[in-house]
Structures are given as C-alpha cells and as structure tokens.
Design a protein around this ligand. Structure first.
Ligand SMILES: [Fe+2]
Ligand SMILES: [Fe+2]
Length: 194
C-alpha cells in the first residue's frame, strides 16, 4: 500500500470513530479539519512522526493504546476515549511549515541543505490549552475530556513544573483516570509506536 493510500485508510477510520460518538457538532468539526493540514501534518518537527500524515498516525496510535488501557482504567464513556485520544493534538494543525536548514555532513567539513519541518504557531496559547480551545469552537467537551486534553503532556508541560501547576495537574490526574491514561498513552505512542 502506498503512503497516500495508508493515510486515506487511517483518515476513514479516524472519521468513522469520531462520527460514532454522535457528539453534537462533530460533523462541523470534521469539516473544519478538512480545511486544515491535520491529515497531512507531521506529529513533530524531528522526533516522533516527523513525516506527512504523522499527526494522524500518532492520533490513531494513541486511540488504540488508550482503548486497550481502558480494560484497567474503566472510563465508562467510549465517546470520551475517542474524542480525547483522537483530538488531543489538534493544536498541531496549521503549525508546521517546511523549510530549508543547513546541516553538517557527518565526518566532513561541509554543510548540506536539508528540507525540515519548522514551527510557526499562529495561536500561541499553550499546547493542551490550544487543543481544548480549538475543539470547543465546534463541540462541547465534558469536564473530564477538557482536563485530560489540557494535561496530556504530563511532566513535559512547563506549567506542571511550577508549584501551583504541579498541584493542579496532580489533582486533575486524581479526579479523572482518563487524564493520566491519556498522558501515558501519548508518551507510549511517542516512544514505541512511531
Ligand atoms: Fe501533545
Ligand atoms: Fe500526542
């Protein structure tokens, strides 16, 4: 299967899962995603999923892991699992641009030009915060979903490293098992399911 076919297949799966939640406004949200680069964007500039369709692939990986974790965490709302996992990184849409960077040729003195992804964040409101903000323009999120998406970066979120932020995040993790479960699934997908 070619790369584009693979992206199309994942995209169909992604759309069907979201439509299955029957959340009010979900069709509107999907129509908005069509206008963005969500389905072709990478998941990061150079670490995980730094290729076309990487963000879609990462989102599906997080969903599959989270659905599997749910045997233990018992989040009884299937729609929340789907929405939190598939849409946690919506903040990365329209954020990566291709550019040229000079990189050193290993073992040599010369530099060569390489096409790389770079970040141009037009809405610098924060990572999880931005996903919540963008999603709520189209659908309502439950408190559990909003908290899980906002804190999905776990200890990698700068806010979690401050005293008050750390307390807030740990309260969030205690209150809703979906929140730490999403953070764990996200990290697992980042390091093991690229
Ligand atoms: Fe993220
Ligand atoms: Fe992620």
């Amino acid at each position: 299967m070619g790369a584009q076919e693979q992206i199309n297949e994942l995209k169909n799966e992604f759309r069907e899962l979201l439509l299955s939640t029957r959340r009010e406004g979900i069709a509107d949200l999907l129509a908005w995603l069509e206008e963005t680069d969500f389905y072709s964007a990478p998941a990061s500039t150079s670490k995980h999923g730094a290729y076309e369709g990487g963000l879609l692939n990462h989102s599906m990986n997080v969903y599959k892991l989270l659905a599997n974790f749910n045997k233990n965490i018992k989040c009884d709302r299937e729609d929340s699992l789907v929405i939190a996992s598939l849409l946690h990184d919506v903040c990365k849409t329209n954020m990566y641009v291709k550019g040229i960077k000079n990189v050193k040729t290993p073992g040599k003195r010369e530099w060569t030009e390489k096409e790389v992804y770079m970040i141009e964040d037009e809405l610098p409101i924060g990572h999880g915060e931005k996903s919540v903000y963008l999603l709520m323009k189209h659908i309502d999120l439950t408190e559990e979903e909003a908290i899980a998406i906002r804190w999905h970066m776990s200890g990698y979120d700068d806010a979690a490293r401050s005293y008050i932020g750390g307390i807030t995040q740990s309260k969030a993790f205690e209150k809703y098992p979906l929140a730490p479960a999403l953070a764990i699934a996200d990290m697992y997908a980042t390091y093991f399911a690229d």
